[in-house]
Design a protein around this ligand. Structure first.
Ligand code: PEP
Ligand code: MG
Length: 571
């Protein structure tokens, strides 16, 4: 028995046999051609590229109804890479120049391109280097006549690999878990695993080499742990934990039918965060009473062009209509930092998290912003849309944004297009400056939503996507909690709705704390809704409030942790 540590992507515990996928590090045949063989070799490469294009097309056509929403976008990215002249054309040039065989030329060029991505600071773009390698792996697999890639297994297995392409993951229906050597929490593969809702651990380093087919494995997606060939005691312990987890999840399902009210009668709104419009319809059956955050920037990613007004309108309308009168909070473009949109203009800032991101970008590019505002306003005629502005720090940003909302309204009036004239406009509190001047913000806005992910990043000066400082990213740092507390208090005093939509809202260990601060609106990943609801139903806010006030007066992070633990236990 031995264990390997990585980064947990969540999804609980999987226990099963290993299926090790062929490593893309395998030897690529390398030989020089005779000049008279070149044309036939070029044709062989052309044919392989066409076969891969057809494979990707077929995968796209046969996507199941419930396929993760990112799936199609990821397939599109792989087709784009396949069509990129920097890859295919450069490989052909290398074949002509050096008389290399097709596998050699194609893998060399893919390696070259991937290395260029490696040097990019932006984590999202860096991960695209892996997509290039994955496309190359497919082409080389076809060239060498091998079918041994990521093929579906007849029985449920845990797939282990140096790397698994998102496209390959789609054909791995029998997966009960994924253990992958490469990648970080924001890789496409990790994003897909998360939306497939199976346990996954990435960044394992060497599992692809140490694990062999049919090994018994325990994969703990929460702890980020892969246990290979566990002994009877460990296996029995994990089986017990897994059964308890499943039973608990099943039991929680009946909570959907209960009103979301605390033990002392305070009504709470539980809403969902979504990234794509088609997710909206599904969140109601997961227990949400609205969409508290629609991250619209995902519509702008993985493509070379920008979605125009009509395309955006269709996406927003789809979400608003699917929610059938329940609120849908549409956040305007939160581009920048770890979320890059290749089609948008702009320089590469020295420090992207502090650069021209989100509302700063939109105010600098009013035409892009107005196009989105018009699309959101038009969608508001089909249900209950709300408009949310990200990353506000200055009150003049609110003034300018509201002025542009007015311009967009006027443009629609002139066109004779209808919209909800009373659409609520809110702002995100993600920067300490916004939390500390929330009084001014609530006077200008209809509601606030606290983005704890960025609020923690900016309060503690910790890049939220940098592994090297991840241990310092402390959601329960007293400074963070005070900023959350003061924002909630200020909004409530002004009689304006306030929500938390960062990851803290979906962390059940923080539910009592947030309720004790006076929060009554939570928005989170749909999978967390019922676990948080369970805590809400047993909470007594009248008892929590004084204890949370004491906790907020504490400077020592360790004491805060201890008080927090007691807050949850005592209830
Ligand atoms: C946040 O910052 O907490 C938030 C919800 O926005 P995002 O995670 O999209 O930056
Ligand atoms: Mg944010």
């Amino acid at each position: 028995m031995f264990s390997i540590h990585g980064t947990g992507i969540g999804g609980g515990i999987a226990i099963g046999r290993a299926r090790v996928l062929e490593s893309r590090q395998r030897d690529v045949p390398r030989y020089r051609l005779r000049a008279d063989q070149l044309d036939a070799e070029l044709l062989r490469l052309e044919t392989a590229i066409e076969v891969v294009r057809a494979e990707l097309g077929a995968l796209g056509e046969h996507l199941p109804e419930d396929a993760p929403s990112e799936a199609r976008a990821l397939l599109d990215v792989h087709v784009m890479i396949l069509d990129d002249p920097l890859l295919a054309q450069a490989a052909r040039d290398a074949m002509r120049a050096h008389l290399w065989n097709a596998e050699w030329a194609f893998s060399a060029q893919a390696g070259h391109m991937a290395a260029q991505f490696e040097e990019i600071d932006d984590e999202y773009l860096r991960e695209r280097g892996r997509d290039v390698q994955q496309v190359a792996e497919r082409v080389i697999r076809v060239l060498s006549g091998s079918t041994a890639g990521a093929t579906a297994a007849a029985e449920p297995v845990i797939f282990v690999a140096a790397d698994i392409s998102p496209a390959d993951m789609l054909s791995l229906r029998a997966a009960i878990g994924f253990g992958i050597d490469l990648g970080g929490a924001t890789s496409h593969t990790a994003i897909l695993a998360r939306s497939m809702n199976v346990p996954a651990v990435v960044g394992l380093g060497c599992a692809g080499q140490l694990v062999v087919d049919d090994d018994w494995l325990i994969l703990d997606g929460e702890a980020g742990l892969l246990i290979v060939a566990p002994d009877e005691t460990v296996l029995a312990d994990y089986r017990r934990r897994q059964a308890a987890e499943l039973l608990e999840r099943e039991r929680r399902k009946w909570l959907i039918h209960l009103p979301t009210v605390t033990a002392d009668g305070v009504a709470v709104q539980l809403q969902a965060n979504i990234e794509r419009p088609e997710e909206a319809g599904r969140v109601v059956s997961a227990g949400a009473s609205g969409v508290g955050l629609f991250r619209t920037e995902f519509l702008f990613m993985n493509r070379r062009d920008l979605p125009g007004e009509d395309e955006q309108f269709e996406a927003y309308r789809e979400a608003v209509a699917a929610m059938d009168g329940l609120p849908v909070t549409i956040r305007t473009l939160d581009v920048g930092a770890d979320k890059s949109v290749p089609a948008l203009r702009g320089s590469t800032p020295q420090n992207p998290a502090l650069g021209q991101r989100a509302i700063r970008y939109c105010l600098a590019e009013p035409e892009v912003f107005l196009e989105q505002l018009r699309a959101i306003l038009r969608a508001s005629a089909f249900g209950r849309a709300r408009l949310l502005l990200p990353m506000l720090a200055h009150s003049h940003e609110i003034d300018q944004a509201l002025r542009l909302v007015e311009v967009a309204r006027e443009q629609l009036r002139k066109r004779g297009q209808s919209f909800d004239a009373d659409i609520a406009v809110g702002g995100m509190v993600e920067v300490p400056a916004a939390a500390l001047t929330a009084g001014l913000f609530v006077r200008k806005l209809d509601f606030l939503s606290i983005g704890t992910n960025d609020l923690i990043q900016y309060t503690l000066a910790i890049d939220r996507s940098d592994h090297d400082v991840a241990s310092l990213y402390e959601p329960f740092h007293p400074a963070v909690l005070r900023l959350v507390g003061v924002t909630i208090r200020t909004a409530r005093k002004a009689g304006k709705p306030v929500a938390v939509c960062g990851e803290m809202a979906g962390d059940w260990a923080a539910t009592h704390l947030l309720l004790g601060m006076g929060l009554t609106e939570f928005s989170m990943h749909p999978a967390s809704l019922l676990r948080v609801k369970q805590e809400i139903l047993r909470a007594d806010t009248s008892r929590l409030a004084p204890r949370v006030a004491r906790l907020l007066a504490t400077d020592d992070p360790l004491r805060v942790r201890a008080l927090l633990a007691r807050l949850v236990e005592d209830h």
